[in-house]
Each structure stands twice: as structure tokens, then as C-alpha cells.
Ligand binder design. Structure first.
Ligand code: FE2
Length: 376
């Protein structure tokens, strides 16, 4: 296997970056029961109650709970009426990510620049106001029924955005050290990867960071192709996966089958102490993919690391190295009943890549799960 080469984004000059993005603003899930999902993300993942919108704030068709942990904002939205388009989305996809919102300085310009390059409009530029100022929003479609909403909040001093009130709760489990969204991965269908790579390049001005192909990432059953797209300042990283032919059903294909098309496969969240974060997650009932004992038998490929292999083995944490350092990571099982969306916990120690060396070990672990589900 050739060493992975990392190329840095080239459009760091703001003059050439037609879509400057400050970071991930929020991630919105459509869920069947937002009240119960919110309880889960507080209890298990340590998210904090933050804001709320629903019948009490004048909304008639939906309820949204906003949860926060450091720089990560989750919005959980559920429909209140049968006619809601959210129901159609839920019936097709199950609980999943609808909106990957991006924090920008100019929502209108973001909309104009992307739609003139071919993006399909999801939300025309809109201004929402209350006594704390205004938030400008606009939105475009991406893969499947997933959308990007551009959020301009430089003239807003309130909590989340107009229409939401503070969510005060008497139940406040502690945080577990999750800090920010490191990357978010999209699964797309057969032959669609390059279409979406081109979309992020042409429509959003992203550049490709790393490329690997199905020769790199295949096990007996699972194979995939993946390309990583990143914005100008590198704060937004979107790997795009496409299934590749394996002996049996690829886990990407399984996702596509159960999600009903392309969608967000996983959200990688960063921590400064993965051992502590993973320990707390396990204590709070989160299940992780099983990493076989054999994974720890020969980790000479990663060289010298701060942690002992015995410690990593004890916590079943994965480790990988690139030219710039190493990273520690671990993947949860899907967080809903359909084998679709899951989380990755990642701690970077210099490495800027995504754990390519772990893909084979990871997929073998996933195949074990698929075998149990009878979907191989
Ligand atoms: Fe990842």
C-alpha cells in the first residue's frame, strides 16, 4: 500500500474563496420523538439543554430541541402533524441528519455564489428577527435529501436563533469532553461519488484532501471508495463514500438500503481525552463497534505513541498514523434501529487524516455486526 499523501487546500486566499465558512453551525436530525432523543443525547453523550421551539413558542407543526456541548450544536426536530413533510422524510429514512448547517458571514452571498454554480435552492435567503437581533438563513440541497443551511449570526446576540426560547431543565448530566465536529461523512450510491466530489469542488469551492480506492479499503465482504473534500480554511471536512464491489453486501450499500438513499453516515466529534470520553460513553450505555483482540497484536505501523498499547486495548480504541502525527478513534454502533447513522469519537495528535489504516480492522468489525443482523 502506498503511503497516503496529504495535500493541503489551495484556496486559502479569501479572494479566491467564494464561500468562506467559519465552521459547522449546527447539525439537525429529523427524529420520531425529539423529547426522547434529547434525553438520550443528554444522558448518553453529555449534551446540555440549550434552546427549544414548539407549541409554547408558537410553532404548530414541529418541535425542536437544541443541545450543546462546547462548539457542537445538535437540533432534534419532530413533526406534530400528519401532513408535515418531516413525516415523509422519517418514513423513508428513519431518524437521520437532515441539515448540515454552516456558519458564514454572509448567508445571501453564500446562496448566490452556490446557486449560480449549480446548487439547487432549498431555502431562499430569509431574515429572522427578535429583540436580540437577526439571523440570516439560506439553504441548498446536497446528496440525497440532505441539505446545507447557511447561517449568518453576526448581528444576533440571542441564544440560538429567533423563534427559540431558552430550554431550562432540572436534568443536566455532565459533559463528556466532546469539543467540535471534526468531519461529517456522506454515503452516496453506486457511481455517485465523483458527482458529489465535483459538487463540493465546483459549487462550494472545496478541494480534495485525500484519496484512496477500493484496493485500499476492502475486506472479504465490504469495499468502498472514499474521497475527502475540505473547504478553504480546512474547518469543514466532508469525506464522501461510495460502495465498491465486495464478495457480499458492502456496509455502505447496507446504509443506502436502510436509509433509502444517500445521507450522512457518521459525525466525527473531537475530544482531548479519548480514553476518558469513551469510558464515560460506555458507562452511559453507548455501544461501540467491537475491535478484535488481534487488532492490538501488531501495531508497529503506528510507531511511538504516548499511550500504552495495553491501555488502548483495554478501552478498544483504534490508532493510526500519517506523515504529521497520529490519531485515536472509535466508532459507535448506529444510534437508531436502522443500521444507518453513527458517531465517531476522535482525538488528533498531529495527524490530519481519517484513520485509513484502521478501515480494514473497522470493516471486519462491522461485518461481524452485519453477520449478526443477517444482512451480509
Ligand atoms: Fe470518520
Amino acid at each position: 500500500m502506498k503511503p497516503e499523501t496529504l495535500s493541503q487546500p489551495t484556496n486559502t486566499n479569501s479572494i479566491t474563496d467564494f464561500l468562506p465558512i467559519n465552521g459547522t453551525d449546527y447539525v439537525e436530525f429529523y427524529v420520531g420523538n425529539a423529547k426522547q432523543a434529547a434525553h438520550f443525547y443528554k444522558t448518553a453523550f453529555g449534551f446540555q439543554s440549550y434552546a427549544y421551539a414548539g407549541l409554547e413558542t408558537g410553532l404548530k407543526d414541529r418541535t425542536s430541541y437544541v443541545l450543546k456541548q462546547d462548539k457542537i450544536t445538535l437540533v432534534l426536530t419532530t413533526p406534530l402533524i400528519p401532513e408535515s413533510e418531516i413525516n415523509t422524510h422519517l418514513a423513508k429514512h428513519g431518524d437521520g441528519v437532515k441539515v448540515v448547517a454552516l456558519w458564514v458571514d454572509d448567508a445571501e452571498k453564500s446562496f448566490i455564489e452556490t446557486t449560480k454554480r449549480g446548487a439547487k435552492a432549498y431555502m431562499q435567503p430569509t431574515v429572522k428577527k427578535d429583540e436580540h437581533g437577526e439571523v440570516k438563513l439560506s439553504g441548498i440541497h446536497t446528496y440525497g435529501e440532505t441539505v446545507h443551511v447557511f447561517v449568518e449570526r453576526k448581528n444576533y446576540k440571542g441564544l440560538f436563533m429567533p423563534g427559540f426560547k431558552k430550554w431550562e431543565s432540572t436534568y443536566n448530566p455532565t459533559e463528556i469532553g466532546l469539543k467540535y465536529v471534526d468531519h461529517m461523512v456522506g454515503n452516496v450510491g453506486w457511481g455517485e461519488m465523483n458527482t458529489w466530489v465535483e459538487f463540493y469542488a465546483k459549487v462550494m469551492g472545496f478541494t480534495q484532501l485525500v484519496s484512496f480506492d477500493d484496493k485500499d479499503i476492502s475486506t472479504e465482504y465490504t469495499a468502498l471508495m472514499s474521497k475527502v473534500m475540505s473547504n478553504g480554511n480546512g474547518r469543514i471536512k466532508f469525506p464522501i463514500n461510495e460502495p465498491a464491489k465486495g464478495r457480499k453486501k458492502s456496509q455502505i450499500e447496507e446504509y443506502i438500503d436502510f436509509y433509502g438513499g444517500a445521507g450522512v453516515q457518521h459525525i466525527a466529534v473531537a475530544t482531548d481525552n479519548i480514553i476518558d470520553t469513551v469510558t464515560q460513553l460506555r458507562d452511559r450505555g453507548i455501544e461501540f463497534l467491537h475491535v478484535p483482540d488481534s487488532y492490538y497484536d501488531d501495531l508497529s505501523r503506528v510507531g511511538k505513541i504516548d499511550e500504552s498499547i495495553a491501555e488502548l486495548k483495554k478501552h478498544r480504541i483504534l490508532v493510526d498514523r500519517d506523515d504529521e502525527g497520529y490519531l485515536l478513534q472509535l466508532f459507535t454502533k448506529p444510534v437508531e434501529d436502522r443500521p444507518t447513522v453513527f458517531f465517531e469519537i476522535i482525538q488528533r495528535k498531529g495527524a490530519k487524516s481519517f484513520g485509513k489504516g484502521n478501515f480494514k480492522a473497522l470493516f471486519e468489525a462491522i461485518e461481524l455486526e452485519q453477520e449478526r443482523r443477517g444482512t451480509l
